[in-house]
Ligand binder design. Structure first.
Ligand code: G3P
Length: 221
């Protein structure tokens, strides 16, 4: 499973890209609002950090034609390459926009997905990735993990190339369970990424190793 960072905070991203095998960054209007600056001030920094890893940018237009123009505008203004994905919510206009954007040579991530059928329709509309919202499903007494599992299974059954980018996590356990479902990727906030890679026993073990090694490891380097 690929790990993506669901944040536009430059300090968080710098830290993650320093040590974590991050495969990309996802943004949406809420994340941009949290960063507290307009896109024109945020994107250049993100592009620099992300390099050739994936960059998923959400379109905010309502009409399909406008989504297409918006998707093209980012590509042109920031000279974005093959690692750029236009995030499109699965509304009526969104589904229409997906095939138009794909035809224009821009890759698509279908977002705000809450059911397996929405994901399947998005895949048929040409989406490269579909992003089901795990925690938001769990919060309405539904089953985010199950929805992710159904989508993965469905895509395999039908031999579709579309991949699953699970999103919206509030616990490490949710991430664990979508990875067990075979999700191709997960986009996760900074706090959960930090938590899932760490364990107090690891820190203690390293401390014990360091103590035991004292005076015994004499290789020059
Ligand atoms: O990538 C989608 C994600 O940002 C939604 O997460 O935590 O707002 O439900 P959340």
């Amino acid at each position: 499973m690929l790990y993506l960072a669901d944040t536009a905070n430059v300090e968080e991203l710098k830290k993650l890209f320093y040590y974590f095998p991050i495969d990309g960054v996802t943004t949406n209007p809420t994340i941009i609002a949290q960063a507290g600056k307009p896109m024109s001030q945020i994107l250049p920094g993100l592009i620099e950090i992300v390099g050739d890893k994936m960059l998923h940018v959400q379109m905010i237009s309502n009409k399909a034609e406008d989504m297409l123009r918006e998707a093209k505008a980012y590509k042109q203004k920031y000279a974005l390459g093959d690692n750029y994905f236009a995030k499109i919510p699965v509304t009526e206009e969104g589904y229409k926009a997906m095939s138009m954007i794909k035809e224009a040579g821009i890759k698509v991530t279908a977002t705000a997905i809450f059911t397996q059928q929405q994901a399947l329709v998005a895949a048929r509309a040409g989406a490269d990735w579909v992003a089901p919202y795990v925690n938001r499903l769990d919060n309405i007494s539904s089953h985010g993990i199950e929805v992710v599992g159904n989508i993965v299974e469905n895509f395999e059954q039908y031999g579709l190339d579309t991949q699953v980018l699970a999103a919206s996590f509030k616990t490490v356990d949710q991430v664990h369970r979508v990875s067990m479902m075979g999700s191709h990727a997960a986009t996760i906030n900074f706090e959960i990424l930090e938590r899932l890679r760490s364990h107090p026993m690891t820190d203690m073990s390293v401390e014990w190793f360091e103590k035991d090694a004292e005076g015994l490891y004499d290789i020059d380097f």
